[in-house]
Design a protein around this ligand. Structure first.
Ligand code: SAH
Length: 243
């Protein structure tokens, strides 16, 4: 798909950033690779002179940055989101290489908004936050020292995107829209309700099954119309068992 199109549909989301300097440095990293859309989820200090200084001329991205209270809010309208992790063994989520992540992000941009999600300097992203993403990307590192500076991680993934975008040879035909994160969240709530009602899900240990369900449906990336069918099946199921 055209470079201007996928770039206009791609956002970088920084979650709970502690140091404003890292926000500025991330904006600079994005701008060098032609990315423009920055979302900030509950940053500790922003706006901030330190962020502007470290942006080194990319302060237009800071001015246009969208601030959100939660990651759900930042991803609500996204068709696809990828979380980043400094740790390589996140078995619960399909893990992509930086190159694979760039290719998939650009392909998914033909179906809607896409997001690259970065975590806190100290604690990274929580499991609940990773649950909102359809995949995880890990930048291969020294296994004994795997945590990059936040803005360095942004730089590497932004570079891979710009490389993959430049190589993209043909227009991908527009598909029907993939269901958004918000729609998928509503689906998971509904699914959990039904699984509890039919006693398939053990209410004392619900996490594991629901995470596996997220992995399955995240891989399938259903279209809006397909999620409507699934929701219809769930509604009928509840209706039947309550009779
Ligand atoms: N102790 C944290 C480290 C967070 S580093 C953890 O284990 O997750 C801050 C952020 O930089 C991470 O949340 C991630 O967004 C990014 N990051 C750092 N190193 C990375 C790597 N090797 N691969 C992908 N993202 C990385």
């Amino acid at each position: 798909m055209a470079e201007a199109t996928w770039k206009s549909r791609l956002r970088v989301v920084l979650v709970g950033t502690t140091h404003p300097g890292n926000i500025g440095a991330a904006a600079r990293a994005m701008k060098t690779m032609g990315l423009e859309r920055l979302y900030l989820v509950a940053p500790e200090r922003f706006p901030c002179a330190e962020a502007t200084a470290r942006a080194a001329g990319a302060d237009d991205l800071l001015q246009a940055a969208v601030c959100c209270d939660s990651l759900v809010e930042a991803l609500a309208d996204c068709a696809w989101a990828v979380g980043t992790s400094a740790r390589s063994r996140h078995i619960a989520w399909p893990t992509l290489t930086p190159e694979g992540c760039a290719q998939q992000a650009i392909a998914c941009a033909s179906e809607g908004e896409v997001a690259l999600v970065f975590g806190r300097e100290r604690a990274g992203l929580s499991n609940a936050e990773l649950d909102l993403c359809q995949a995880v990307v890990h930048i291969p590192t020294n296994p004994d020292f795997s945590s990059l500076n936040l803005a360095s991680a942004v730089q590497i993934l932004a570079y891979e995107l710009s490389r993959a975008g430049a190589e993209e040879p043909v227009e991908t035909p527009a598909r029907e829209s993939a269901a958004s994160v918000e729609e998928m969240e509503r689906f998971y709530v509904h699914l959990e309700e039904v699984l509890l009602a039919i006693r398939y899900l053990d209410p004392r240990a619900p996490k594991r099954l629901m995470r596996r369900m997220r992995r399955l449906y995240g891989r399938a990336r259903p279209l809006e119309s397909e999620v409507s069918i699934l929701r219809g099946i769930l509604t009928s199921t509840l209706h039947q068992i309550s009779r």
